[in-house]
Ligand binder design. Structure first.
Ligand code: DX5
Ligand code: ZN
Length: 215
């Protein structure tokens, strides 16, 4: 069964408490929280203040995806806001190993996110230090985009790298995940599905989450 991580970027923020209640009652495993700075990605979303409120509304895992430059400046703030998992973009980190050590020393699980153009081979020497790879299957910055099919090859390459090393690193797929394409994503070797629009814009979000869990 995959881990299902609805992305609150697609939630109704005027109705955030009810959206959280819905997720809490659903089979969703993690809350996926997208932080954007308007520099690393061409959009601005929300920061630790909002995450602090969300933290109070759930006991589920808060999976924070930082799409920001200089993430080391803010790691502690996100820990204090309630992040359980903190992912930084490889494209934003000149000293990735140092960033990962910082996240872990703060008591969070550490993830590395990679853009569609970034080869997974670049993760080889950091894989044994991390808990999760967030493979972007769209260009980060916006919800509701179309899944880039080549991601399936990247999942297979990454699964092989992880298994060959006997590691237990999650492969999380982020962007354009639907009920229709999720089976092929799992078959390729991913175990965490992020879903924004597919969940929140569906007629019955809880049922959609249950459908994703069935795969
Ligand atoms: C995109 C974000 C995603 C986004 C996914 O930059 O990282 O998490 O919310 O949204 P959907 O599932 O709608 O593509
Ligand atoms: Zn994300």
């Amino acid at each position: 069964m995959p881990i299902v991580a609805p992305s609150l970027l697609a939630a109704d923020f005027l109705n955030l408490k009810n959206e959280c209640t819905m997720l809490n009652e659903s089979e969703a495993d993690w809350y996926h929280l997208d932080v954007m700075d308007g520099r690393l990605v061409p959009n601005i979303s929300f920061g630790p203040m909002i995450i602090e409120f969300i933290r109070k509304a759930t006991t589920k895992v808060c999976d924070v995806h930082l799409m920001i430059e200089e993430p080391e400046k803010y790691a502690e703030q996100f820990k204090n806001a309630g992040a359980d998992i903190l992912s930084v973009h490889i494209e934003a980190c000149r000293h990735l190993h140092r960033n990962i050590e910082q996240i872990k020393s703060l008591g969070m699980r550490a993830g590395v996110a990679v853009n569609p153009h970034t080869p997974v081979s670049g993760l080889r020497d950091i894989l044994h230090d991390i808990d999760l790879v967030c493979l972007m299957s769209v260009n980060p910055g916006f919800g509701g985009q179309k899944f880039i099919p080549y991601t399936l090859d990247k999942i297979k390459q990454l699964r092989k790298m992880i298994d060959e090393r006997g590691l237990k690193v999650h492969i999380e797929i982020d962007g354009g995940v639907t009920v229709e394409n999720a089976a092929s994503i799992i078959a390729a070797g991913a175990d965490v599905l992020v879903a924004g629009n597919t969940v929140f814009k569906s007629a019955d979000p809880k049922k959609t989450i249950a459908q994703l869990k069935q795969l």
